[in-house]
Unconditional design. Structure first.
Length: 143
């Protein structure tokens, strides 16, 4: 299936225009309407969907850490902390900016940050983000 002369196109959960790439609005709607997880299976589904869009969210790995910790064996205890992180993750996804497409004729900027629990990178060009990267550190790496 081909489309010609389009200003933007939806592709693999993204809306791509001539200048930027954004999250598919229907997927963002699914995230914002996701019901409170009642078990590991529904939490895993929510985290899988938000994880797909992690490049749009600065510090994703640090934000989702309390929820991913609930996926460990026999550790699913839904409490106020989990609820607050769940709401925060839904909020940051719905407010995430579109990311500029890279211009390979210009220089790139990588801003890095690290803490005891994670690392983060903002990949940008002309003060506009192209992608975010974050990783939570394992207990061994935190030492």
């Amino acid at each position: 299936k081909c489309s010609f002369g389009m200003q933007e196109v939806d592709y693999l959960g993204h809306t791509i225009s001539g200048n930027d790439v954004a999250m598919d609005k229907s997927k963002v709607g699914a995230i914002s309407n996701w019901p409170e997880p009642k078990n590991v299976k529904t939490l895993r589904g929510f985290l899988g969907l938000t994880w797909y869009y992690r490049k749009f969210i600065q510090g994703y790995a640090v934000i989702d850490r309390p929820l991913t910790d609930l996926l460990k064996k026999d550790s699913f205890i839904w409490n106020d902390i989990a609820w607050n992180v769940f709401i925060k993750l839904k909020t940051v996804v719905t407010q995430a900016p579109a990311l500029d497409l890279p211009d390979f004729s210009k220089s790139f900027i990588l801003e890095t940050d690290a803490s005891r629990i994670g690392i983060g990178v903002v990949h940008s060009q002309d003060q506009h983000p192209i992608a975010y990267f974050s990783k939570k550190l394992s207990p061994r790496s935190q030492k």
